[in-house]
Design a binder for this molecule. Sequence first.
Ligand code: XMP
Length: 429
Amino acid sequence: MKQDMIVILDLGSTENTVLARAIREQGVYSEIHPHDITCEKLKSLPNVKGVILYGGENRIVDGTAVEVDPAIYDLGLPVMAIDHPTAKCENLAAMPSADALKTWLFDVCKAEANWNMKNFIADQIELIREQVGEGKVLLALSGGVDSSVVAALLVKAIGKQLVCVHVNHGLMRKNESEMVCDVFGKYLGANLVYVDATDRFLTKLENVADPEEKRKIIGGEFIRVFEEEARKLEGIEFLGQGTIYPDIVESGTKTAKVVKSHHNVGGLPPDLQFKLVEPLLQLFKDEVRACGVELGLPAEMVYRQPFPGPGLGVRCLGAITRDRLEAVRESDAILREEFANAGLDKKVWQYFTLIPDFRSVGVKNNARAFEWPVIIRAVNTIDAMTAEIEEIPWNVLKKITDRILAEVKGVNRVCYDLSPKPCATIEWE
Ligand code: XMP
């Protein structure tokens, strides 16, 4: 890493990542480290231009306020301290204003604004080549933002030494697997193994109505298919992963009350021993997207809305049937197209359709039609922990309804879900 860095020492503020983002927005790279980092470790970090001690509501651990090694003040680096004296004085630990931050970064620390995606990509290509040498890297390419950006970066760095495996579990959205194959197989010329495991997944899921059971089957089967493909390949030493910065920060803090653990290699068998290549480890989500744009990935891929691992499997409620699954896929495609036409794709965080496992009576072409309802869900949220319902203009809803009723087989009703989270969750299963 050739870029200048500001180190934030975590003394219990819940705003560490907000501050790191604010510094990066000024074009200066910033990393968060635990409060008990040793002086030696701090000195060994590359190009550190300043240190921020950021205290906050979680500073008191087991009755004592955590402190940093006092020798850090003698390193000759500019040190800025921000603190809440107590958890009750919420407004005291004001984040420095953008102007104050700029003055500190550029006048006091003399940092250079050299954090940008071009430099990041150039650095990472060098680091990946150094780590991997002549070795081969395996990557599970789901088509999600993180795995797609890692794939594009690895293709650029090591070309055919990367083997991407895309497992189509048959629960992808319309044209999603095709896009992965086009972008990575054709356009980027990646070494791509495409596995159509649709029948295998749908057979396993037959007559399984319990949501948790469905998720378990989909997750478990995914690992098994991936493992089978991995065993067919020879000489793979590395596994590429799209772990990003918030995953590390949330798992690694020593002061936060709620520690969330992330399992990106979820359940890979222990005899599949790989060394990890994780080039996005330093990036926040929006930086991952910027990196994808810089690497030339299409906007649909980079700005893709969140999509659950079990895919349409949790939106075809109850026991999955092929006809209902197809109807979910088609109605979802219509919804996405019309949201894009109305400019709502930029405004709404997540939107999709789902089909319950019951039918209702209707009338089509003067005859009784006992068919499925399609339910539309459109929510806005910051962190998916709570969510608000989006107010969709009536004419857009009407157009979507007309199109779904005219174009999707087996559907005679369209409903709009008005429930926020809580009480509801975003997905229905
Ligand atoms: P809920 O339904 O819990 O969803 O309100 C919150 C967010 O998480 C997504 N979601 C998942 N993502 N694997 C994922 O990667 C899953 O199993 C999963 N389940 C829910 C959901 O789409 C929403 O954005």
